[in-house]
Write a protein that binds this ligand. Structure first.
Ligand code: FUL
Length: 485
């Protein structure tokens, strides 16, 4: 029997040693994401709505001289857009509240060039309100595109326009509930109506818009909002409109000196390894050739295979996907687009509904401080916050998951613990088939997420080989999925 005094001593020494054995997490490496970034990365896939007078004039860029009378959708139903979007797996919708032609889809008090002057709902309509309400109803986030270039406004090119532009942001950000993302387009073609001047106005896109105060007002009115442009500040354009993310894809980016419309393609495509800020890439692409609806393009709506290529090249490479679906002149998603989005939603549900690696035993050839906290079990526990990590100085490692018998799959999804920065530079995935390891995929970066589509394989174990890392790796999850036949 232990005497009380001894028991006390034992308890104390147990406390001390367990405390001493506590292993510190890896030091964050390089630029790291904010909480808003982390929430944004989780979204993965959301929609873009290009809708304005262009829909009725069959144009992509309106000149700014169009009559608001032209905007007259016959069955406008943002509820349908939100319902179809949610079914398709989208987590939000971003609306062109104002495109380059300057027409406003809400009754802005700062201009008459808006729905106020349209026959739609006798000038009483507010599409920003209708869509933000529909998003809430369908569990979607709501975002806004407000074109900096405005071919209607008489003061465009002069300081008064900047005040107008900021006032419009104030109106939109204060009046419609939470806004998860704001979009600052870099396009500027120069010519326009400009209140009747009908001329070309060139601006210096590094200085004219004086972006910092505008971004600050957005931050003040919507603290969690992510701000998009060619140069951040929070997320970057991926540098193409084809639906293509890249490998490597670094979320780090040398942001200073970069603005909407001022970009370096290589950095947009790949990010900057070791870059100063966390500015991950968003991939924007349209389901049709144009951003706006054109009857002539009804036969060119992207097929499920094309949409899947886009999904894997964007979401699969750690980008977020912003898929544009333009409402038609009725103000509805066209039947063909609805069908394709339904097919995509079905595929995603069927493929990613059942993680075949979940709760399966995992092991690693190195575990940080041999601590339970960083063990490979964190990879397959179904919790994307727990993670496996290696000891400092270890920059390659192997992670093995025992699938518990022959298992057929064709997708492997991996995530780094990006709270600690982005680390992996090269990796391979292997499958154990009939006792022999074979390589089924390889890549450079992982970052917030990597989904590798492989040939359909039947294997009883999966191995992720981290070949080269910038610092000791920290991996949140390894998941294994099988797509429908
Ligand atoms: C571009 C614009 O010029 C297009 O019209 C479209 O809005 C696209 C998303 O961004 O820069």
């Amino acid at each position: 029997m232990i005497r009380p005094a001894v028991a006390v001593v034992l308890t104390l020494s147990f406390c001390v040693s367990s405390h001493a054995a506590e292993v510190a997490p890896p030091e964050p490496f390089g630029a790291v994401p904010s909480e808003a970034h982390l929430a944004w990365h989780e979204l993965e896939y959301y929609g873009f709505i290009h809708f304005t007078i262009n829909t009725f004039t069959d144009r992509e860029w309106g000149g700014g001289d169009e009559s608001p009378e032209l905007f007259n959708p016959s069955q406008c139903d943002p509820d349908q857009w939100a319902c179809v979007a949610a079914e398709s797996g989208m987590k939000g919708l971003i609306l062109t509240a104002k495109h380059h032609d300057g027409f406003c889809l809400w009754p802005s008090k700062y201009t008459e060039h808006s729905v106020k002057k349209s026959p739609w709902k006798d000038g009483k309509g507010d599409l920003v309100r209708e869509l933000s309400d529909a998003c809430k109803k369908h569990g979607l986030l709501f975002g806004l595109y407000l074109s900096p270039w405005d071919r209607n406004h008489a003061e465009y090119g002069r300081p008064a326009y900047i005040e107008y532009y900021r006032n419009q942001w104030r109106e939109l950000l204060a009046g419609y509930g939470p806004v998860f993302e704001t979009w600052y387009d870099g396009a500027n073609g120069g010519s326009g109506y400009y209140g009747g001047a009908n001329e070309t106005r060139r601006i210096d896109n590094k200085t004219y818009y004086d972006w910092i105060p505008t971004w600050q007002l957005v931050r003040d009115l919507q603290p969690g909002c992510i701000r998009f442009s060619d140069g951040g500040p929070d997320i970057r354009w991926v540098g193409n409109e084809k639906g293509l993310g890249y490998d490597p894809n670094w979320c780090t980016f040398n942001r200073d000196g970069r603005w909407p419309g001022v970009s370096q393609r290589e950095s947009l495509w790949h990010g900057d390894q070791g870059g100063t800020h966390w500015v991950p890439a968003e991939v924007d692409v349209s389901i049709r050739p144009g951003w706006f609806w054109h009857e002539s393009q009804n036969g060119q709506v992207k097929t499920l295979d094309q949409l899947l290529d886009i999904y894997y090249a964007s979401v699969g490479r750690g980008c977020n996907l912003l898929l544009n679906v333009p409402p038609d002149r009725r103000g509805l998603f066209h039947e063909i687009d609805v069908e394709r989005l339904g097919q995509l939603g079905d595929y995603l549900k069927k493929t990613f509904g059942d993680d075949l690696a979940r709760r399966k035993p995992a092991k690693a050839d190195n575990t940080r401080g041999n601590a339970e906290e960083y063990s490979a079990a964190g990879l397959t526990d179904g919790d994307r916050n727990t993670y496996w990590a290696a000891d400092d100085g270890v920059v390659s490692a192997a992670l093995e998951i025992d699938l518990g018998g022959p298992t057929t799959f064709d997708n492997v999804r991996i995530q780094e613990q990006i709270r600690l920065g982005q680390r992996v530079e090269a990796f391979e995935i292997e499958a154990r088939v009939d006792g022999r390891w074979q390589k089924i995929a390889e890549g450079q970066t992982i970052g917030p997420r990597r989904i590798l589509r492989t040939d359909r394989v039947t294997a009883d174990a999966v191995r992720v080989k981290l070949i080269k890392c910038l610092a000791c790796p920290a991996i949140s999850t390894v998941e294994v999925y099988c797509s429908p036949e």
